[in-house]
Design a protein around this ligand. Structure first.
Ligand code: NAD
Length: 354
């Protein structure tokens, strides 16, 4: 198979971590015969510098014509004084909107060799930790009616339609089918009417996925359970605001921002894949960044947009194996070999080719 991948390297460490990821995907090609055509487009500060816009039209068109999008990160102090519409972050929000990305997936996983990096006690993660948080991305209170009533009152509205809930529920059920077949829907149905509709629709949708065990949890309880007993979760689906908060909480469980991958999905199989961290200007250009969050984002791309689960497993296994001996500075522990960003890419690629 041959796939076209739109590549948005962005700013700061973006080009470094994406280059290593392409190195790894080239090794996947050699190993499996899967062909990738990488097409570079500008986004963020780099795009502003060259074109005057953080999201040139050519970038939107190129992404729409691709099978999937791989993104590094955007942003940096240099562009912080620009008007909001010209800042790198406007490019990021713009591309998500232009591509209709309504489901955000954050994969929280502790690789066995990194267990000591988790702030959780070892006994809580004795059986590993592998949670997929599915956050609704284009609805809810962030997009609802908001305003001021006089000087002293303000309001924001949480609003969900049956269509929006069913769409995200189907994404989550589909993911659960590919994983451990457990889905926990998180809401606040004891208080919120929008949550009661959410729960009703998730229950109705479940009839199409009889092989997935569905449970429900209130968001306050979920915030606690993620720390108390994170191993109970497989896939979690929730609204935009609850997902924003819970996914940040959950991402800390793995201990390192340089390891966490994410995907944002549109209708069908199309998606945009990126690490959860930013452009890390403090270490940009020093060949120090950990490229593994981006490498693991590419693994998610293979699994969820390209239907190449075997190749995705090859990457995940190679990352796990490399971590047994080699570490970038952010995850360094005594007894391991400290490597640069490019050496980390070389190690993963070499293992894939072996
Ligand atoms: P950041 O995630 O860029 O960095 C936070 C800290 O984590 C820094 O010390 C950094 O060195 C470290 N870090 C991040 N990624 C790393 C990696 N792969 N390897 C090793 N260390 C890593 O967040 P920030 O400093 O708050 O933001 C910097 C810039 O990134 C800002 O302009 C911000 O707007 C932007 N940003 C972009 C995105 C995105 O592109 N999706 C997300 C968050 C922040």
């Amino acid at each position: 198979m041959e796939y076209t991948i739109a590549v948005l390297k962005g700013d700061g460490i973006g080009p470094e971590i994406v280059n290593e990821t392409i190195k790894v995907l080239d090794a996947v090609s050699e190993k499996t015969g899967i062909q990738f055509e990488f097409q570079d487009y500008l986004l963020g500060g780099a795009a502003y510098d060259q074109t005057g816009s953080p999201l040139p039209e050519e970038t939107v068109a190129g992404c729409k014509n691709a099978d999937a999008v791989l993104l590094g990160a955007v942003g940096g102090e240099r562009w912080d004084t620009l008007p909001a519409s010209l800042r790198p972050e406007a490019g990021l929000l713009g591309i998500r909107k232009a591509l209709g990305l309504y489901a955000n997936l954050r994969h929280v996983k502790i690789f066995e060799p990194l267990r000591n990096s988790s702030p959780l006690k070892n006994e809580l993660i004795a059986h590993g930790l592998d949670i997929m948080i599915v956050r609704e991305l284009t609805g809810g209170i962030y997009f609802g009616k908001k305003g001021r009533e006089g000087e002293d009152t303000a309001f924001d509205t949480e609003r969900y339609s049956r269509f929006e809930v069913e769409r995200i529920a189907r994404t989550a059920f589909g993911l659960a089918q590919k994983r451990a077949k457990r889905l926990c829907s998180v809401d606040k149905a004891n208080v919120l009417e929008s949550s009661r509709l959410w729960r009703e629709v998730v229950i109705e949708t479940a009839t199409d996925y009889p092989d997935v065990a569905l449970s429900h949890m209130y968001v306050d309880n979920c915030a606690m359970q993620l720390i108390r007993n994170p191993g109970q979760f497989d896939v979690v689906v929730t609204s935009n605001m609850f997902g924003d908060i819970l996914s940040d909480e959950a991402s800390m469980l793995s201990g390192s921002i340089g390891m966490l991958a994410s995907a944002s999905l549109a209708n069908g199989a199309f998606g945009l894949y990126e690490p959860i961290h930013g452009s890390a200007p403090d270490i940009a250009g020093q060949n120090k960044a950990n490229p593994l969050a981006t490498v693991l984002s590419a693994s998610m791309m293979l699994r969820y947009s390209l239907g190449e689960a075997v190749a995705a497993d090859l990457i995940d296994n190679a990352v796990e194996a490399v971590l047994k001996a080699f570490r970038t500075a952010d995850i360094y522990e005594e007894g391991f070999t400290l490597v640069s960003c490019s050496e980390m890419g070389d190690r993963v690629a070499a293992l894939l080719r072996a």
